[in-house]
Design a protein around this ligand. Structure first.
Ligand code: ATP
Length: 436
């Protein structure tokens, strides 16, 4: 039996007889000679069929097989200065392993603009395009780099429950499920659990897991199921300690992608992911308000910056050469109950990390003092009885702590300049999409 080769190693096999496997991307019949382009995970291999030298049924099979069929082809590797790999395969046998039906739901190489919805409806076919696959190969590496960074920096990887009883952070965006006849809810974030862990001695934890939000807004930045990278750690003195940790982690990931994903970046037309040499700037919310007001957006003091405000700040920071920057000291009214207030001011020890004009992360110093936490819950109109298990962890010795949550989907979207967060999700879920 001939040995297997693929587009990654066939260039060094001239003179050998090998078997290659993949998808028939294209067939060109030029009379006396035909070419079949076989695609595998990395690239394409040219199969050359000089009509007179190829056994007729083999010629017929390979030149007539439908596009995107999966085939296995055995033949001799010959040097060629006409192909990108420097070799071509002259076939002596082939097997059609899985014939593709026609017509295809979506072209793989056709240069026509197809709506994102059409692509997502046939995502398996869409993913056969190298530029679509490259996004997920980079995302995979980003995830590996997060694990690397977090473990190397003393964080313990945890998994918290995604099905919970009532009493999560907020009601509006909760998905309700039937849990053996009782109501339960899908987790919006691991927030309460990772904070409870802060009282245990597992004092640096992280999690990469799904988060569910019943978002009723149909935007380019919201999906109903996203992947959250959460970190929480004790013994911080100020929220800046959390910002510094995120910055180090984000820099590590971007550097790692630049070093390890050169091929995928090239497919996406990028040399490298840019990151500022200087530290990520830390703008206060009040400074941002002035920036957006100067750009003509009339936001009242205390108002949410919103998509438009964030975008204007992004434009302002882009001019200064900063794709990534923090926005800190948000009004406490804008932030959840677990964030620590900045006493004597209307602000809080919280921040967002924005990437090219879009929030990708929020975090801050948490309120670890039991009485103050209760007071904040009451101020937010929450009933402490609904948070009994969470509060218990604060009653018996809770260190000062802080943390962050980054949406990996938005991180990848912005890193790769994708026009929509859905482009960074394999099978996105949103207001209108529950399949495939
Ligand atoms: P936004 O204001 O943009 O809706 P948020 O304030 O609800 O975001 P947080 O609750 O602070 O977001 O969540 C932290 C991070 O989780 C966000 O910065 C984002 O990266 C991610 N995230 C939150 N909701 C979604 C969503 N619906 N789709 C994709 N990512 C999300």
């Amino acid at each position: 039996m001939a040995k297997y080769a693929d587009s990654g190693n066939i260039s060094s096999m001239a003179g050998e007889t090998v078997t290659v496997r993949g998808w028939v991307q294209d067939t060109r019949n030029l009379g006396g000679i035909s070419f079949v382009t076989l695609r595998d995970r990395n690239s394409t291999i040219q199969i050359t069929l000089p009509k007179k030298k190829i056994e007729p049924t083999l010629f017929e099979t390979l030149t007539k097989v439908s596009r995107e069929s999966v085939v296995s082809v055995t033949g001799e590797v010959k040097e060629s200065n006409q192909t990108a790999l420097g070799v071509e395969l002259i076939p002596s046998a082939c097997e059609v392993i899985s014939e593709a039906a026609t017509p295809l739901p979506l072209g793989v190489v056709d240069k026509v603009n197809v709506e994102m919805d059409t692509r997502l409806n046939s995502r398996f076919m869409d993913l056969r395009k190298p530029e679509v696959r490259a996004v997920f190969e980079i995302r995979s590496m980003a995830t590996a780099l997060i694990h690397e960074y977090m473990i190397a920096n003393g964080f313990v990887n945890v998994a918290t429950p995604k099905i919970n009883a009532a009493g999560a952070e907020g009601g509006a965006t909760l998905f309700k499920v039937d849990y053996f006849g009782k109501p339960a809810f899908l987790a919006q974030s691991p927030q309460l659990f990772k904070q409870m862990l802060m009282s245990t001695g597992l004092d640096r934890v992280y999690e990469i897991g799904p988060a569910f939000r019943a978002e009723h807004s149909n935007t380019t930045r919201h999906v109903t199921e996203f992947t959250s990278w959460d970190g929480e750690f004790c013994w911080i003195e100020k929220e800046e300690d959390v910002m510094d940790e995120i910055e180090k982690a984000v820099r590590y990931i971007i550097k790692g992608i630049n070093e390890r994903c050169a091929r995928q970046l090239q497919i996406l037309g990028k040399e490298a992911i840019e990151v500022s040499a200087e530290p990520f700037p830390k703008l206060t919310y009040s400074e941002c308000l002035k920036i957006v007001q100067a750009k003509g957006l009339n936001l009242a003091d205390g108002a949410d910056l919103g998509t438009d405000g964030e975008k204007l700040v992004g434009d302002y920071m882009a001019e200064k050469g900063f794709p990534l920057y923090f926005i800190c000291e948000y009004p406490e009214e804008e932030k959840p109950f677990y964030i620590m207030e900045k006493d004597g001011t209307p602000y809080s020890f919280s921040f967002d990390l924005d990437y090219k004009g879009q929030e990708i992360s929020s975090g801050g110093q948490r309120e670890h003092r039991y009485d103050r936490l209760l007071a904040r819950m009451e101020k937010k109109g929450l009933n402490p009885d609904d948070f009994e298990d969470y509060l218990a962890a604060f009653k018996f010795g809770m260190p000062p702590h802080g943390g962050f949550g980054i949406g990996i989907d938005r991180f990848i979207e912005k890193m790769l300049d994708l026009p929509n967060v859905r482009e960074a999700v394999l099978f996105p879920r949103d207001l209108n999409r529950l399949y495939p």
